[in-house]
Design a protein around this ligand. Structure first.
Ligand SMILES: [Zn+2]
Length: 308
């Protein structure tokens, strides 16, 4: 079983301007593979096709709202309701991570979180401090954090680097979440990208706060050895309940293969492998627990041979 907790879902030109996607993915070959590929498929069909190709059972798909930080409110924006359209393609294959840009309207954000979760069964919410130019320590955000605690929904949060030029690095440091942990120790937090390159800092806050977790989105980029060693170090220090497999769109294919090669990597490095029980936690159980997903066995096609 594999659950991928970090996948963006949107349509090129409609939700993401081409210039934005090209800026974002240029360092990774300049393509957002399956946004450009298979143009006749809908977003949902394309993601199911990809899941079947690489052997993923469920994807947690996410929105974003970066309108406010670009001139004329023209930044990328995927409305939360679009996720319902994507999910309708294959309801067993998707879990929904909504998002708000809290500084468009704090109280409106609180209402939107409540609407998505109570009326539409969203599983999580994501905040993007760097992309949306805010400091997560800002106390004006308290009503948003309070609502997530009240509804017992995890907050996934972009931390760490992005190639996006309009995303200030000063809001990318995992230590900024220490204050959030202190004020809302019950809030379940998933720090995206292990906060790279501030991995040590991320490890420190995750070790400190019981309800803090990490995802490994875009670590396909770093290769199996570096990822294995980081996974093992965080797992050994913080416990294996804190790590979630997540790929990031352009890295999905390589990320799955990389995590599946961890046994070989351990052999090569001459260190103890990660136990099968702990690998299961990383690959799906932790995300299933946090996002409250009850995955159905047998939903994916038997992949590769049939679909390649
Ligand atoms: Zn991402």
């Amino acid at each position: 079983m594999i659950i991928d907790c970090h996948v963006h879902a949107g349509e090129l030109n409609k939700h993401y301007p081409v210039w934005w996607i090209e800026e974002l993915y240029r360092v990774w070959g300049g393509v957002h593979q399956w946004t450009y590929d298979r143009p006749t498929m809908s977003v949902g069909e394309r993601l199911v096709y990809q899941m079947d190709q690489v052997g993923i059972d469920v994807m947690c798909i996410m929105t974003s709202d970066h309108r406010r930080v670009y001139p004329n409110d023209a930044g990328p924006y995927t409305p939360n309701d679009f996720m319902l359209e994507v999910k309708a393609v294959a309801p067993d294959r998707f879990a929904l991570t909504g998002s708000v840009d809290p500084f468009r309207d704090i109280q409106g954000s609180v209402r939107e979180i409540e609407r998505c979760i109570k009326q539409h069964g969203f599983n999580a919410f994501k905040l993007y401090p760097s992309y949306d130019h805010f400091d997560p320590r800002d106390e004006r955000l308290n009503p948003v954090y309070e609502k997530l605690v009240e509804l017992d929904v995890p907050m996934q949060v972009h931390m760490g680097w992005t190639p996006c030029k309009n995303a200030p690095m000063k809001f990318q440091h995992p230590y900024l979440l220490d204050d959030v942990g202190a004020r809302f120790p019950e809030l379940k937090v998933v720090i995206a990208h292990v906060g790279w390159p501030w991995v040590e800092e991320c490890l420190a806050v995750v070790a400190k706060w019981e309800n803090f977790h990490v995802d490994f989105a875009y670590w396909g980029w770093f290769g199996a050895e570096m990822t294995f060693q980081t996974v093992k170090r965080i797992g050994d220090l913080c416990g294996y309940d804190k790590l979630c497999f997540g790929s990031e769109n352009s890295h999905t294919h390589m990320a799955v293969g990389m995590f599946q090669s961890f046994g070989d990597v351990a052999n090569k490095l001459g260190v103890d492998p990660i136990s099968p029980e702990n690998m299961e936690k990383i690959m799906w159980k932790n995300t299933a627990r946090l996002w409250k997903i009850k995955p159905k066995a047998g939903v994916k096609k038997k992949a590769a041979a049939e679909t390649s």
